[in-house]
Design a binder for this molecule. Structure first.
Ligand SMILES: Nc1nc2c(c(=O)[nH]1)N[C@H]1C(S)=C(S)[C@@H](COP(=O)(O)OP(=O)(O)OC[C@H]3O[C@@H](n4cnc5c(N)ncnc54)[C@H](O)[C@@H]3O)O[C@H]1N2
Ligand code: MOO
Length: 403
């Protein structure tokens, strides 16, 4: 198979990917989830005009000039409207959030008053309407304030509460099964025998998937046999995974059994091998309703592929409208040679300059096995195929990596 351009591969990965089934969840569980439907307010906020200050509810005409003396006819208790209305020359004591009584159209703050028994002297002229929040100034019943297909922010949750929704319709979280392959892998904390390698890449991939709202199933490490790989693929299907992500065994070696095992199970491979670096031997396909992403084993390659392809797919399955990473301009911190036919994603150190612009400097080695350089990078510099040589200070495009 020929190397596929990155944009075409991304389009193939996202083909037909839409929000999974809708479910209702409690408001407190909804942070970061994606609304499945537009949400309208069930009430008007505030439902009645309210005082914005502690003071006296009065008629504006009575306080247009100061001093003015008024009779205090009572006090408005919190949480219920006043029983009395006020007439000319009268005032009601009111507190912040209190309902404005009939007859009043203005609140005078208590700092501008002198109280003496049932009399109050207004010491500062106050214009009509002052310190009153009209009914519906925040929103009205029926207003659509939260839109489907976007993640709910922390502020959205308070808004939804104010709209009187105790639970929200959201898309089900995508279920992502992760499988590592490789006879050479041992768990962190072991004492690797000569030739063995500590299993590492799954930690970043699982964190990345969870941060995007996926429910992760860890299928562990499969030995380099068709039987072990096949058993894990079947397990992912049994567990109802929406996406199976494998790492390793993706390239051309004799032990690269992932593609072979997936195809034997009936996977239709959409592509295998992309014109990018790192991450050339990446495959994608479908096995029934389950999507499959076969990532290369090198830790940097698997991470960059997951960042570029798995993240947008999780977002699409979560129901989001905006799924793509945003490319941002930055100033290049070092000279770069011309690029070849593979789109390059260079791990880079990112610094905010004094002039407010970003400076992106490629880390000193771009080998796709280097965990320390990957961890040190905060961004990827994107270089299109056959990009000409660039000098330090030129503008390049970057993708910021998550925390
Ligand atoms: N003849 C060719 N050889 C290779 C090609 C090619 O086109 N022709 N492509 C190279 C590229 S590019 C990459 S990337 C790698 C991808 O290899 P695989 O996906 O087959 O991965 P493995 O061989 O299984 O592993 C590669 C490397 O990464 C280590 N690894 C694997 N899994 C993990 C893990 N979970 N945690 C930590 N490290 C892991 C593994 O031990 C190997 O060292 O192929 C090139 N070869
Ligand atoms: O794609 Mo491999 O990731 O170049 O090392």
């Amino acid at each position: 198979m020929a190397l596929m351009p990155v944009a075409d591969a991304l389009a193939a990965v996202l083909d037909g990917a839409a929000g999974l089934a809708e479910e209702m969840i409690a408001l407190d569980q909804a942070h970061g989830r994606v609304l499945a439907r537009d949400l309208a307010a069930l009430r008007t906020q505030p439902p009645q005009p309210m005082s914005a200050m502690d003071g006296y509810a009065v008629r504006g005409a009575d306080v247009a000039t100061a001093p003015a003396q008024l009779i205090v006819i009572g006090e408005i208790a919190a949480g219920r409207p006043a029983e009395q209305s006020i007439g000319p020359g009268q005032a009601l004591r009111i507190f912040t959030g209190g309902v404005i009584p009939d007859g009043a159209d203005t609140v005078v703050i208590q700092e501008d008053t002198l109280r003496d028994g049932d009399r109050v002297t207004i010491t500062e002229a106050t214009r009509p309407g002052r310190h009153i929040r009209p009914a519906g100034i925040d929103f009205n019943a029926g207003d659509v304030l939260l839109r489907a297909r976007a993640r709910l922010s922390d502020r959205d949750l308070s808004l939804a509460a104010g709209m009187n929704h105790p639970s929200l319709p959201v898309h089900r979280r995508p279920r992502v099964a992760m499988l590592a392959t490789g006879d050479e892998l041992v768990m962190p904390g072991s004492t690797p025998a000569p030739g063995q390698i500590v299993y590492s890449n799954g930690y970043a991939l699982r964190a990345l998937a969870r941060a995007e709202g996926a429910e992760v199933i860890d299928l562990g490490i499969a030995a380099d046999t068709v039987d072990a790989t096949t058993a894990a693929i079947r397990r992912a299907r049994e567990l109802g995974a929406d996406l199976l992500v494998t790492t390793g065994g993706a390239s051309a070696g004799d032990h690269d059994l992932v593609k072979q095992s997936l195809e034997a199970e009936g996977t239709e491979i959409a592509f295998w091998k992309i014109a990018m670096r790192p991450g050339k031997p990446m495959m994608h396909g479908r096995l029934g309703p389950m999507r499959v992403m076969g990532l290369p084993g090198n830790p940097v390659s698997s991470y960059v592929c997951a960042f570029l392809f798995m993240v947008p797919l999780i977002r699409a399955l979560s129901g989001m409208r905006e799924v793509m990473h945003r490319r941002e301009p930055a100033l290049l911190g070092a000279d770069l040679p011309a690029n070849d036919q593979r789109e390059d994603y260079l791990r880079a150190d990112l610094r905010l300059r004094d002039d407010g612009r970003w400076a992106a400097t490629p880390v000193d080695s771009q080998d796709s096995s280097l965990l320390a350089r990957l961890s040190a990078a905060q961004a990827l510099i994107v270089r299109p195929p056959f990009a000409p040589a660039m000098t330090a200070g030129a503008t390049c495009l970057i993708l910021k990596l998550p925390l």
